[in-house]
Design a protein around this ligand. Structure first.
Ligand code: TYD
Length: 144
């Protein structure tokens, strides 16, 4: 059974953002521009690839980092937990991105073969920004 920490909801909510798609017989093209599509200033880009079947990435929250995730290839599910409820966002098109505010417990699972997750963030990598303990996340959520 799923456990939640009964935290209050915040105003910042996750959002699917549709990106431009330039249809072309030679192959389609999509893009995002920081000022026009991403709700924060991009400081870092990373990507997750070669994920073996059944593996799970994430299982943590960030104190300050916000992220925008695109399934550039294949598909995967992003499970977001705000302390009250979990929502599953299935990403399977390269012209949709998921905006994740700070302070969401997130897990990425159900990766298809050869899937490629592109992630942009508003911070540089900093291990101190991670909350890796769900109990600690619940406490922090309640005190937001
Ligand atoms: P982590 O964020 O825990 O992976 P995930 O959330 O996808 O399961 O990062 C795994 C490792 O990679 C960890 O040792 C830190 C390192 N890392 C960087 O060096 N830079 C980065 O931008 C990221 C995201 C991770």
């Amino acid at each position: 059974m799923t456990k939640y920490c009964n935290a209050e909801k915040t105003l910042l909510v996750p959002q699917i953002i549709q990106l431009p798609k330039i249809l072309d017989k030679r192959g389609n093209l999509s893009f995002f521009e920081n000022d026009n599509h991403i709700p924060f200033a991009i400081k870092r880009t990373y990507w997750i690839y070669d994920v073996p079947g059944g593996e799970v990435r994430g299982s943590h929250a960030y104190r300050e980092s916000e992220e925008f995730i695109v399934a550039l290839s294949g598909s995967f599910d992003v499970v977001l937990d705000d302390g009250n409820e979990k929502k599953v966002y299935s990403l399977n098109r390269s012209y949709y991105g998921l905006y994740i505010p700070r302070m969401y417990w997130r897990e990425i699972n159900n990766f298809s073969t050869n899937s490629l997750a592109l992630v942009v963030s508003n911070t540089e990598y900093n291990e101190d920004d991670y909350i890796r303990d769900y109990g600690e996340f619940c406490t922090m959520r309640k005190n937001l």
